[in-house]
Write a protein that binds this ligand. Structure first.
Ligand code: NAD
Length: 341
């Protein structure tokens, strides 16, 4: 029997997670819940996705627009084994009593405080920690990006310390509330929360982070400096990443000189919503010398956490014990190429 999944919060992350669940053979999407009757609701209803809303007041708002929902969130929760909460940051935690009351497992997203769930999750780094758990948080898009490239280095070479500078998109592409924007905004509280967030998954990597927001809506760029435990080479690091999942080595020499071309590549991949689930790492923007390593990577903030949510469901529902097998299964379903063997 496929695991029954609900998604609460049908926005940037929620709609992608719902679509990703729908293409798995060991889980099914029973319904999604959204508070406001925006254009996405009609589109999802047209595709036959059962829709629920949060309360009677919002149900009336849906009805006013001629949108028929199946019911309210509690009715959806009664039918499922697990809910993926994709409500806006810090809203998810307010649903804990509701999820517990219905006896459903819950996955939260990176906008929630780390203590919202006992486990913070990344597929490669700590898949087994989520095994059978009731509540888990999939870390943010930025932290997922850091985990993807740092974990293989930590595991195979060793890390003395990391300094990560995050150059962050100011808003998501759809979000006109925060724009127009014309400024570069440093995060003044230093070091930023990104380092501690990585430590919720990989506690043994000493990391400091800084961040600035810039006037772009697609992708974050990370400039990362690592002090390794031993001497290495650019070739060794690249080889390690080529053998690691959900990384896409790109190259300025091939014309990918900025996030603009990285997203153009994503469009050419012809995936749903032009998503780039992989972290783009610049082959020719990576340099190792002695025990120092520098590199750049770009994170498609709207989609990189989607495959992790699928693996997280598999671990919490005890569907697949081997992380590599779950990752391979998820990636095959989403068209993500396997790492080099
Ligand atoms: P979003 O604003 O795009 O979508 C949130 C959805 O939840 C909207 O459809 C909204 O109508 C709905 N909603 C609002 N209040 C609700 C409520 N009380 N109950 C049910 N639904 C409600 O947000 P998002 O960008 O998808 O972010 C969701 C979570 O994912 C956050 O924790 C965020 O930090 C995290 N996240 C976001 C990104 C990103 O770049 N967008 C990346 C990784 C993780």
């Amino acid at each position: 029997m496929p695991v029954k999944v609900a998604v609460n919060g049908y926005g940037t992350i929620g709609k992608r997670v719902a679509d990703a669940v729908a293409v798995q053979d060991d889980m099914e999407i029973v319904g999604v819940c959204k508070r406001n009757p925006t254009f996405e609701v009609q589109m999802a209803l047209d595709r036959g996705l059962p829709f629920y809303t949060t309360d009677e007041e919002h149900r009336a708002a849906f009805a006013e627009k001629g949108l028929e929902v199946q019911g309210l969130l509690p009715q959806l929760l009664e039918q499922v084994d697990i809910v993926v909460d994709c409500t806006p940051g810090k809203v998810g935690a307010t649903y804990i009593p509701t999820y517990e009351g219905h006896g459903v497992k819950a996955i939260f997203q990176g906008g929630e405080k780390a203590h919202t769930a006992p486990i913070s999750f990344n597929s490669s780094a700590n898949y087994k920690d989520a095994w059978g758990k009731d509540m888990v948080r999939v870390v943010s898009c930025n932290t997922t990006g850091l985990c993807r490239t740092l974990y293989p280095i930590f595991r195979d070479i060793g890390i003395e310390e990391v300094l990560a500078v995050l150059i962050r998109r100011a808003a998501d592409p759809w979000d006109s509330k925060k724009g127009p924007i014309n400024a570069i905004k440093p995060v003044l509280k230093l070091p930023t929360h990104h380092g501690p967030d990585l430590n919720t998954v990989l506690p043994d990597i000493p990391i400091q982070s800084m961040a600035v927001a810039v006037p772009t809506t697609i992708m974050h760029l990370h400039a990362i400096q690592v002090v390794l435990k031993r001497e290495s080479s650019t070739e060794e690091v690249i080889d390690l990443w080529e053998r690691s999942p959900r990384l896409r080595l790109v190259s300025g020499a091939d014309g990918i000189v900025s996030t603009a071309q990285a997203m153009e590549l994503a469009k050419d991949l012809d995936r749903s919503r032009a998503d780039l689930f992989e972290i783009a790492v610049w082959r020719d923007g990576t340099h190792a010398e002695g025990n120092k390593l520098w590199y750049y990577q770009a994170v498609h903030q709207e989609s990189d956490v989607v495959p992790e949510n699928i693996d997280c469901i598999r671990s919490m529902m005890m569907l697949e014990e081997d992380p590599d097998k779950s990752i391979a299964k998820t990636d095959a379903s989403l068209g993500i190429p396997p790492p080099r063997s």
